[in-house]
Design a protein around this ligand. Structure first.
Ligand code: AMP
Length: 211
């Protein structure tokens, strides 16, 4: 968990490579569905583009299908889900049905100023979804992905005015979820204002203490 810009996607990707388990980003799933013109994409577009939340029943269905796929048998990392108590409860039901359980819930913490700076400078590859930053992680050639040569773009919801809205929304939605996972003794807070590798190190230490 963590506000937009706290580094959820970056850390989930690093963890996925380190642990060799899939990184499931609901934001990436929705953006792909929109780019490919899938029915799901049409349903969710207006929520995603305005920085609002997609209805729970849609998200619950998407995740319920994804975590039953074969590559999730050894574990998986959720990024961007759950975002409401209803989603957390449905996740728990799916985990019970698949004889699995959460090991750790990480809350990545960073100040609003850092979040806004990170998000408004973020650029994403249209083709492979790789993430860059105009100041902190610039691509070798402006506007072009280092990995696949795809075009970089700014997500519509990364514009400053929408970013502020998403951060505010996160604070409201996160409060209940954080206390739910605190009650389950699964929650650990990790400061993500340092670099991605330092943050990863802290997450791994927390994971080691739980598994
Ligand atoms: P993200 O890439 O995680 O910031 O997600 C981008 C957008 O996708 C969010 O602003 C929401 O509109 C939507 N979204 C992603 N995950 C969820 C979720 N679990 N519940 C509701 N909406 C979601």
């Amino acid at each position: 968990m963590g506000a937009p810009g706290s580094g959820k996607g970056t850390e989930a990707k690093l963890l996925s490579e380190r642990l060799n388990i899939p990184h499931i980003s609901t934001g990436d799933i929705l953006r792909r569905a929109m780019a490919e013109g899938q029915e799901l994409g049409k349903t969710v577009r207006r929520y995603v583009e305005e920085g609002g939340l997609v209805p729970d029943e849609v998200m619950i269905e998407v995740i319920g299908v994804r975590i039953r796929e074969d590559d999730c048998r050894r574990g998986f990392i959720l990024d961007g889900f759950p975002r409401s108590l209803a989603q957390a409860e449905s996740l728990q039901r799916t985990l019970n049905e698949t004889n699995s359980a959460l090991n750790l819930v990480v809350n990545l913490e960073a100040s609003s100023q850092i979040l806004i700076e990170r998000l408004s400078g973020r650029r994403v590859c249209r083709r492979c979804q790789a993430v860059f930053h105009i100041k902190n992680l610039p691509p070798k050639k402006e506007g072009v992905c280092d990995h696949c040569g795809g075009k970089l773009y700014q997500r519509r919801d990364d514009k400053e005015e929408i970013v502020r809205r998403r951060i505010e929304l996160y604070k409201v939605e996160a409060e209940k979820l954080l206390s739910y996972y605190r009650g389950e003794r699964l929650l650990e807070a990790v400061n993500s204002e340092k670099g991605p590798q330092e943050t990863l190190g802290e997450i791994l230490v927390n994971l080691g203490a739980k598994v």
